[in-house]
Design a protein. Sequence first.
Length: 365
Amino acid sequence: MSKKKFSAGLAVFLAIVCLIVGCGIGLVGGFTADALTYKSDEAPHMHVEGALQVHFVELGNKYTGDCTYIKAGDTDILIDAGSRVDSVTAISEYINQYVTDGKLEYVIVTHAHQDHYAGFTKRSGSIFDLYECGTVIDFALTNQKDTSTMYQNYKAELADEVAAGATHYTARECIEQNKNVFDLGSGVTMTILDSYYYYHESSTENDYSVCTLFTSGDDNYLFTGDLEAAGEAKLVEMNPGLPEVTLYKAGHHGSKTSSSDALLSVIKPEIVCVCCCCGSPEYTKTDANQFPTQQFVDRIAPYTDKVYVTTLCIDYDAGKFEPMNGTIVVVTGAAGVTVTCSNSDKVLKEWDWFKQHRTCPAAWK
Ligand SMILES: [Zn+2]
């Protein structure tokens, strides 16, 4: 790897800090899933321990978008880097607490919408520039044209990363080359699921989303990007034995067009995390269809009330937002599965926003 991604001095300093913090936690909590939770005024400094950690990272602006950082033992994985180019600052400040060697072993770019891939598109200063990326897995198809500056930049940044030594597969190549199951160590497996829209064109970019399943013992964690209902039905069909899941990242930010019954009746999620700016008119002025939508709530409710949301919109036009749960961390460790949030641990139905804007489903009463 020829790129100098990270100051060695800084890496050593962070390693020492982590060692000290880690020892502290070890003394107090015995290195289980204990979490030190800091509230929003101190965010994003939150340190958790556990064999498998899934962090839904707040993105530092008013826009809905996805960035999921996963730590499996010493293996670091990033799924998406939305929502805007400037989110790279918030993302890197957060994940640098954990990525102490400047290396992301796996990077998954689900689809070519800016709320998912903007952070990979900055010429000089993208995630690809800041970190040494081992294996990059991205979408097989896109409707983006080469005239799109953001898409051009993505391709150039990816090419640079490959030139620097990264391995690149599209999700379709992973399937076709039988390289879709990755042993991450610490008993954790990452599987790139098969999906109809790796092979067939769609009018909706969302359908091209790379879908990934992580497994740790009996616990499964599903990430479908922004895949919509038709794609979800195919996902179930094409991946026989899709398991019930401990954690599901709400498809398409809790849109009414995703998290269909066809998928939910198979995966029966226990914990659901929604990456969005809750109640924002960014995509629609219709209240019930703003993320997380009423239809999403109604379909999820029979399975679980453990629904968490990253960010709350205060005033979209004025650019005002604040953490709702904040950065949400789902940790699987010796103590089982725990959810720790940077701002609040309240579930969706307990928020005033929910009481004012959503009809409470019977299952949540
Ligand atoms: Zn999206």
